[in-house]
Each structure stands twice: as structure tokens, then as C-alpha cells.
Design a protein around this ligand. Sequence first.
Ligand SMILES: Nc1ncnc2c1ncn2[C@@H]1O[C@H](COP(=O)(O)OP(=O)(O)OP(=O)(O)O)[C@@H](O)[C@H]1O
Length: 257
Amino acid sequence: MSEPLLQVQDVRKNYGPIEVLHGVSLSVGKGEVFAIIGPNGAGKTTMFRVMTGEVGSNGGSIRFNGEDVTRLPAHERVRRGFGRTFQVARVFHDFTVLDNVIVAIEARRRHTKEPLGPWRRCAPSEEVRAEALALLADLKLDALAGQGARFLSHGDKKRLEFAIALAGRPTVLMLDEPTAGMSPSDRADIARLVSRIQQERGITVVMTEHDMDVVFGLANRIMVMNYGEVVATGTVDEVRADPKVREVYLGKEMISA
Ligand SMILES: Nc1ncnc2c1ncn2[C@@H]1O[C@H](COP(=O)(O)OP(=O)(O)OP(=O)(O)O)[C@@H](O)[C@H]1O
């Protein structure tokens, strides 16, 4: 069997004297949608930040695309194919929607040594602009291209963050609670978007998410965490039927089979 795209082995993480990840392992195959769930404080975001390289680990290893990336900083992992969105969308508020995407495309082209094309009076090349506009059209943001990013609605800001992430042509898209703070209709919209991106572009998705409808609708496999440990990993049906998982969520909104 070929090596998984992302393989995390026995990762440990301390904040000061306190260990918050106690040896977490997971593997994600190419093209999978893999969700990490668990109650508040379970360690999902920390696990995420360790995988993306935002914080270092205190033990264990992370392999991506056949390479040991454990010690690589976040920007080096981006170069190797990590795309990322955050719980609170990170975009350049003072830029237009279009310029946010242009900047991301130019950054990719510089890193991959793709030609940036001829610049005219400090403007991006037509090629870069066309790529940015196509991406915005794909994410139904083209009508807002000239709008200042700070004026976008929560849902549109998240779409723009997706566009920025996709501009880097990632192999794996890491989504930290992509529907956090959204209305039910925006949530459904983002879930459809993730599903479409995954299917059309064949991108692997790793996500944390509290909304179980979103998780069950999207994920091929789910890992459940509690107190910095893995409680269970499996398909939607396996996880829903697992008594250990039910115990973790006992008394909380969950997973009614
Ligand atoms: N920067 C930090 N410094 C110290 N402790 C931290 C830090 N970040 C997280 N923790 C602690 O690590 C543990 C795991 O937190 P983490 O945010 O990873 O959980 P989570 O599952 O993502 O929770 P939530 O669903 O609420 O976002 C918690 O006990 C938290 O208090």
C-alpha cells in the first residue's frame, strides 16, 4: 500500500509544564476528507497547529507527501502544499477582494518560480489578474472583486479566505472550524463549497468542526479526541456507533444515531 499523504505519529505537545497532546497519531490518504472532532479543550486546534507548523511539537513525527516535515516551519509546509483557513478568517482588510487573491497568486508564483508576467505601472500581469478573477468566479465572489475586504459579510470573508488558500494550489487544505460563528444557511453553503472543492480539485481536506451535520455530511473518516488523546478513528458509521465516543459526548449535543 502506498504511503498516506499525511502521517502523524505519536505527537506530543506541551504548553509550559502541561502536556496537552499525549501521543496523537493519524494518517490521511490522498483525496480524503478527514475530520477531527471532540469537546472543547480536547486538543483539536493544538493538533491542527502542530500539523501546519504554527507551533512545534515536543515529540513524535509528521510526514507529508513522503517527506519528514516535523521540524519545518509553517511557511515551508505551505510551499510543500499545505493550505490553511482559520477559525476567524484572515484576509487583508485594507485590500480589495481581487487584490487579496492576486497577492496570494503572486506569492505562489514567486515560490514556485512560475513567471509573474510583465508588470505595467506596478500592476499585476493580465495572466495573474485573469487567474484571480477565475478563482473569484469559481467561489461566487466575482461580483465583489472591487469591494474592500473589510466590508464583506462573514460568509463572503470565509469564501475569500478559501480563494486565498486555493491560490496557493494546495495538496491538502487544513480547515480549522470552517463554519465557526456562521448562520445555518452560511454553514450549509460552506459545507457545499468544501465538498465541491474536494471533488473538482481532488484536494485532500483535514478539518476540525463542531457542527456535526457538517462533519457527517463531509467526512470520509473522523478522529475523535478528548483530553489530548485519540478516543476513536473511523468512518462516520463506525464513530457514531462507538460506545467510547458516546461516552465522550454524554449529556452534550451529539451524534444521535
Ligand atoms: N497557547 C496556549 N497556552 C497554554 N495552553 C493552551 C494554549 N492553547 C491551548 N491550550 C490548552 O490546551 C488544551 C487544548 O486546547 P485546544 O484549543 O487545542 O482544544 P480544542 O479541542 O481546539 O478546543 P475548542 O473546541 O474549544 O477550540 C486546553 O486545555 C487549552 O487550555
